[in-house]
Design a protein around this ligand. Sequence first.
Ligand code: HDE
Length: 751
Amino acid sequence: ASQDLSAAMPGNPNVAPQYGDGAQAQEGEHVAPPDVAATGSTTGETLASPKLGAGQPLIGENAGNAPLDRARADDTGCTLTTNQGVPVGDNQNSLKAGLRGHTLLEDFILREKITHFDHERIPERVVHARGSAAHGYFECYKEQSTLTRAAPFAKAGKRTPVFVRFSTVAGERGSTDTARDVRGFAVKFYTDEGNWDLVGNNIPVFFIQDAMKFPDLVHAVKPEPHHGMPQAASAHDTFWDFASLMPEITHMLMWVMSDRAIPRSYRMMQGFGVHTFRLVNAQGESVFCKFHWSPLAGTHSLVWDEAVKISGADPDFHRRDLWEAIEAGEYPEYELSLQVFTEEQAEAFDFDVLDSTKLIPEELVPLQPVGKMVLNRNPDNFFAETEQVAFCTAHIIPGIDFSNDPLLQGRIHSYVDTQISRLGGPNFHEIPINSPIAPVHNNQRDGMHRQAINRGRVAYEPNSLAGGAPFQAGPRGFNSFPASGEGDKVRGKPEKFAEHYAQARLFWISQTPHEQDHIVHAFRFELTRVQTVAIRERIVAMLRNVDETLAQRLADDLGLALPPAMPSMAVLPVPEYAPSPALSLTFRPGKTGIHTRRVAILIGPGSDGAQVRQLYDALLADGAVPRLVGSQLGKVDTGKGAPLAVEVSLEAGPAVLYDAVIVPDGEAAARQLSADANALDFLRQQYRHCKPMLLIEAGATLLEKAGIPDALPDGTPDPAVIVAPAADVAQALATFKQAIAAHRAYTRETD
Ligand code: HDE
């Protein structure tokens, strides 16, 4: 039996060959550059390349492969040059007047190298600075021509390449992934009719109703300007001061204080377009629509204490998770659904569909699945793709149009505008990751870093000298939906915008008891960090309009007397909702079983080697990611069979990085692990974070050492602490797998 059990790990065939065959060249051996003329590709890659899958990829399956090939650079086996292509003789020493003399200004090689380095950084995004991205495709289930003429929905089975960037909002570029925050969910569709960017979040509502308040919101949540603290956190006075004076934020606060704001993975969260959009068909008929992405892996979250500890153990937790899943061929998938409704229906709703602090309950307008997105390739280069990608809400295509949502209207301006300073000019659409697959022809010219070499003397329209080209597309092109509704020029809001609490309450009553507990704890944590008592009181006063129990629990936890409820601004009757199960994370348990779930198998000298192999193989066969974790790296002798190799040490791979744990049989190993504080901590944290635990025979002695009960406080057995004799491993493993697929055993929660 091989020691290296991980050799059987699955892999991703879609990796571009930049680490390819050439990388294995012997030192000094020169590898001939690929034949660009023959393949049309600087990397030697063609659409028939086996690296792109089974050898017959559908065109467009990998957004970047065909279109980005022209920009890919591969230095394998090549000589070092300057940016002008001049071969560099010595890359170690600057040019000096004598060995101990001054460095010469003449040294253009040194100066080019340092100058380029000096300008390597670009400004980070003013929000959503921290992100991770992937390529993939969107596949249409069924033609949607009665609803929209948008290209991605034209035909069943049609694939449109996509590039997706997930992000946190408040933290800077190098901040931790598991901060409590909204997650960005931005999708760029490279369609036949130009790029369409659906720039959404993992929460279906927003903090504010009008773009006018966005800079205030962001200034409030970002680190406080005098001392630059705290990083990637809303738990400070300025955010809650602003929040407590903006009752329209209440609904969003409920979501951000819920587990939605600490997802287990980017692969396990929903995405929402948030605003009401329009769909327009070829006949020019329009309906309203909201966009929803639902992950096949289900919606799952961390618990707060775990999220905090992950920030120390692996601040790249979500980035790594996405990368590793795609590398392993476990492609994240999300189903796209529409909520379609007419203007007349919208009129009858109790809320205004132009108000982004409101959602449309699924009970009112059901979700209509229209396709799925598969993310199947990691970027080649983080900066070139993930950092330089420019999502703009203004990027829409024929068949899609805006509504008058005043938040959306402001965004249409902001995104293009911000790219101009972030990416250094108006030609950011020419950066490979941003450039459309659809051809670009217009009379726009010049500007910083222009790539296109536009030919001819005509750059105006109308013209006769170029035969009138490029021509207007007329009805085939993008034509704004002729929405009516001229009114007086005013600054104000429609009446329904004034009701702020009914949907916040709907969210609260739709949560399971453990989800409600987590919301109370999150408010308590954040407001405990807030130093100004009056701010805490205003938030509790606000929450009395959501739910009296919630407000009372929070007041008790903060040591406050219950303040009077904040006056409501509602001018119309306040709607009352029945609970909406779809608003609970438990509503979408997922269809991928234990795939990609990380399981630690704690081993030591004397662990039952045969049993460990059996468990490891069984988990691997079901798509999980087992890891042999021990006190230190190196081989451990097992009673049975060849020695095992510890893959990760307890110190480097603490409990919070795993979804579940197994302690196999083996008396000596159990004794050794019991003497290791890291091992006992590992088990305590797995227990505290409600994770499944399987302990076999002698392995179970660790429970007692770690002070872990095997029953719930009410005396009933804990469904996810599975203790089994060695003879019952198969049965116990089956129960364990079910517990992993169920994510967490929240009934055990002790926090
Ligand atoms: Fe953004 N937002 N936003 N936002 N937003 C940006 O654009 C802005 C809003 C969202 O991965 C910025 O390129 C305004 C809602 C995502 O690159 C900026 C308003 C939603 C991303 C900007 C909003 C979002 C951004 C910063 C209120 C969910 C990251 C850098 C009127 C539907 C995209 C950039 C990526 C990024 C402005 C509100 C989602 C400054 C003015 C609502 C996912 O343009």
